[in-house]
Write a protein that binds this ligand. Structure first.
Ligand SMILES: NC(=O)c1ccc[n+]([C@@H]2O[C@H](COP(=O)([O-])OP(=O)(O)OC[C@H]3O[C@@H](n4cnc5c(N)ncnc54)[C@H](OP(=O)(O)O)[C@@H]3O)[C@@H](O)[C@H]2O)c1
Length: 349
């Protein structure tokens, strides 16, 4: 089977994107090909050249980037029995991940190869443009919360036990935070989230028991008051400045002194060494690792499909459709650079 494919190419680091023909790559064992109907954009997709070298030094050019896919399965590889052509799905595309590093597996094209175990079927009521907001942010949150090398929390399920412990999500109004709040709630934890006051309704609607102003000088004391001596299961630190505020909390709270940070690894190393002196273990999260361990399929194939269908999990933050067609993706990336609040920018294809 083959289909005429078109991609948004990045010819070299720092060069402008161009739309052009791309090969159709059939799926290997454990893979599916999806006709991409909607993509979301993330900061890593639109980095200037020098930052690309820092964040993705391995990336081969010409490259296709993009991580967030929603669309229809058109072909399945050997051994794939869970999905069939015609299935509506979302999936995390790993083309820019070091271990995959091939254009065929990135999101910004009409036909993308995805790993079957990182794909979730969608309920009929969830349109592609809304579903596309989830994959990278979901994977990053799940990596930090559930992988043993990070917080190692109990996994999410349809009927979670009440764990009697709190998870702190610093930066709850981000896309990663929106997923972290929901995942932690669905794993039975009480969530305290920080956001600016404009994000309070958003984090509460997703299940945070309390919202704290992350910009307030007394935010650390306020979180500690809300913990009230109760056990902290772990902290997901999202956004610039989040480690500076969360390390003192983890150092003083009862329970886990573990923090998973979504900041790039180079920015985490030094603060992590300093935190260790206070008894706090900080690790840097890379959402691409989720495909390589049991947490990925547990979330994408075990938990998410029914949680989306029952409404226990929402496609959050809300999607804003910037336009239709691959040539609108650079517009979406420019808009993302100007900043978004509790929204995810999406392009339909
Ligand atoms: N390591 C990985 O694998 C990985 C993957 C994806 C993303 N990330 C990183 O995770 C972070 C969040 O990305 P995203 O795409 O989820 O963000 P996003 O959706 O673009 O976040 C937008 C929200 O961020 C909040 N915000 C702004 N400045 C903040 C700060 N200094 N601290 C905390 N929150 C802040 C704002 O809400 P309020 O003003 O209401 O708080 C705003 O609504 C970024 O640093 C990104 O680079 C890492």
């Amino acid at each position: 089977m083959t289909h005429p494919n078109t991609a948004l190419w990045l010819p070299k680091r720092g060069a402008p994107f161009t739309v052009g023909p791309a090969p159709y790559t059939p799926p290997a064992a454990g893979e599916v090909v999806v006709r991409v109907r909607a993509v979301a954009v993330n900061p890593i997709d639109g980095l200037p050249g020098f930052l690309y070298r820092l964040a993705l030094p391995w990336l081969a050019f010409p490259a296709v980037v993009g991580s967030d896919v929603a669309g229809e399965v058109v072909e399945t590889g050997p051994g794939v029995t869970r999905l069939r052509p015609g299935d509506r799905v979302l999936g995390h595309a790993f083309g820019v991940d070091e271990s995959r590093n091939r254009p065929a597996e990135s999101a910004f094209q009409h036909y993308a190869v995805l790993l079957e175990h990182m794909v979730a079927p969608l309920p009929d009521a969830l349109p592609f443009f809304r579903a596309a907001v989830l994959p990278l942010a979901l994977s990053t949150a799940a990596t930090g919360l559930f992988q043993q090398d990070h917080l190692g929390l109990a996994p999410p399920s349809a009927r979670p036990a009440d764990r009697g412990e709190t998870v702190l999500v610093w930066g709850g109004a981000t896309s990663v935070g929106s997923n972290a709040i929901q995942l932690a709630r669905n794993a039975g934890y009480r969530v305290v989230a920080t956001a600016s006051p404009a994000g309070f309704d958003h984090v509460r609607a997703l299940g945070a028991a309390h919202a704290v102003d992350r910009t307030a000088p007394d935010a650390v004391e306020r979180v500690l008051e809300l913990l009230d001596g109760g056990p902290l299961a772990g902290t997901l630190a999202i956004g610039a400045g989040s480690l500076r505020r969360t390390v003192p909390i983890a150092a003083r709270a009862a329970g886990s002194g573990r923090i998973a940070s979504t900041q790039p690894a180079v920015l985490v190393r030094l603060p992590a060494l300093r935190a260790l002196r206070r008894g706090v273990r900080v690790s840097g999260v890379w959402g691409g690792t989720l495909k390589d361990n049991e947490v990925g399929p547990a979330v994408y194939t075990g938990f998410l499909p029914s949680a989306l269908a029952t409404g226990a999990y929402r496609a959050a933050p809300d999607a804003v459709v910037v336009g239709h067609g691959l040539d609108r993706i650079p517009d979406a990336l420019r808009e993302l650079k100007r900043g978004v609040h509790a929204k995810k920018l999406v392009v339909t294809l």
